[in-house]
Unconditional design. Structure first.
Length: 432
């Protein structure tokens, strides 16, 4: 999920974005801090904020790194944590000036987009929804009157011990509003599909609640219409007829996991695994199926009607990845076997786990439900009691791993989920 939160200076974007990120278990990216850090470097060097040529020449001297501690962004300017120096009124004006320089924006653009590609994020700034991530699922433009914003900023600066006047702060905000909205490059204007939120008369908690409400309503509207009648009918028949011969029984049904999209991941020892999971779960679980089975005419029609979609297991199937993310972001659930293909029951922890689950969960911003399938023979068989044990829901916060990124992060999430599956199985072995 990518959420763009734009708006003028002093509207409270950073505070709101941090709180929303924490509630949703996604990464908060304070893009303004990046520009402020460049502004701080320019100010420290004694260069005028309006001297574009010198500012551009200094970019080669600047190295910016973003670190995430418990989901909170830390900006390092040439290795120094500058979080305590970039929130003054003077640096705000420097940030506004340097952010209007095309070369500065190009310098930071790929850094921001890379984070959005690899994580579920909320970004706040001036042009997130128009320039940085114009394809964001949710775009909000947070506004407040200049007077309301000046009052908030004045109180904030006084609490920090800075000497200022309300009139001076108000003048600075109006000047920055004019600079940000009229500049030629990436002006601070709302995206055409942005939702306006005026928080002039809202306190911080009310604003946060309203933003969460907008996000939830926007995502809900974008959910595709689900054609579930056929699925439910077939599931009923599977449960009554096939389920009888498979002897399916379900353990640890946890109803609270059924009201949100998730990736279901399970051990995989038999061709019948997907069937017993369909019987056991209340949600429609849409499975990736190897493309070969979709070439069988009647079977193709049936499994497509059940929500399955093809994947080419011999290559990195970009179309299948996009389809999976589309399904998850649309509020539905996907079933993936972490092991990739069937493996014998013995020593499941020795199995090499694919990192697809981690990538999908991270990019879609969804949780994971681990499931363990077992019977006494080691794998699902006809005329045996086959047990489906549903594990505890793994939230996006639990697998955020903010210290990791890219392939390393995806691998860690997949391994974490598979470890949960194995733990469920080991616990069940102890109790049976």
């Amino acid at each position: 999920m990518r959420i763009a939160l734009d708006g003028p200076s002093g509207a409270g974007k950073s505070t709101v974005a941090k709180a929303v990120a924490k509630r949703l278990g996604i990464v908060y990216v304070d893009t303004g801090a990046l520009y402020r850090s460049i502004g701080l470097y320019v100010q420290r060097k004694g260069v005028s904020k309006d001297d574009k040529e010198k500012v551009i020449a200094m970019l080669d001297e600047i190295k910016l790194d973003l670190k995430f501690n418990d989901g909170t962004q830390v900006v390092l300017l040439n290795g120094e944590d500058v979080g305590g120096f970039i929130r003054t009124g003077e640096i705000s004006m420097y940030a506004s000036a340097v952010s209007a320089i095309p070369e500065v924006r190009a310098f930071l653009l790929e850094t921001q987009r890379k984070i959005a590609r690899e994580n579920s994020v909320i970004m706040d700034g001036r042009d997130i929804g128009t320039v940085i991530i114009p394809d964001a699922e949710v775009k909000i433009f947070l506004v407040a009157s200049a007077e309301a914003r000046a009052e908030r900023r004045y109180k904030e600066l006084i609490e920090k011990g800075e000497s200022c006047t309300y009139e001076g702060v108000l003048a600075d905000i109006k000047e920055r509003d004019n600079n940000d909205s009229t500049r030629a490059v990436a002006p601070a204007v709302p995206a055409e599909d942005a939702i306006f939120l005026d928080n002039s008369n809202l306190n911080q908690e009310q604003t946060i609640d309203k933003v969460i409400e907008i996000i939830e309503n926007t995502v809900k509207k974008k959910k595709p219409k689900k054609k579930r009648r056929f699925y439910r009918a077939v599931k009923f028949l599977l449960g009554k007829i096939v389920g009888f011969f498979l002897g399916v029984r379900v353990k640890n049904k946890n109803k609270e996991i059924f009201d949100k999209p998730f990736i279901l991941c399970a051990n995989h020892t038999s061709l019948l695994d997907a069937i017993v999971i369909v019987i056991a779960m209340k949600n429609q679980i849409r499975y990736m199926g190897k493309k070969e089975i979709f070439k069988i005419p009647l079977l193709n029609l049936f499994i497509k009607a059940m929500g399955a979609f093809p994947v080419d297991r011999k290559k990195g199937d970009v179309a299948a990845i996009k389809k999976t993310l589309e399904i998850l972001k649309g509020g539905e659930c996907v079933g993936i076997f972490p092991q990739g293909t069937r493996h014998p029951y013995e020593n499941p922890r020795d199995t090499e786990v694919k990192d697809g689950i981690g990538m999908m969960a991270s990019r879609a911003g969804v949780g994971i439900v681990p499931v363990y399938i077992k019977n006494k023979s080691g794998k699902v068989k006809w005329f045996h009691k086959n047990t489906v044990i549903i594990g505890d829901y793994i939230s996006p916060e639990e697998i955020a791993f903010p210290e990791l990124s890219g392939r390393e992060k995806y691998k860690a999430i997949s391994n974490y989920a598979f470890d949960k599956i194995c733990s469920i199985g080991e616990s069940w072995e102890d109790k049976k």
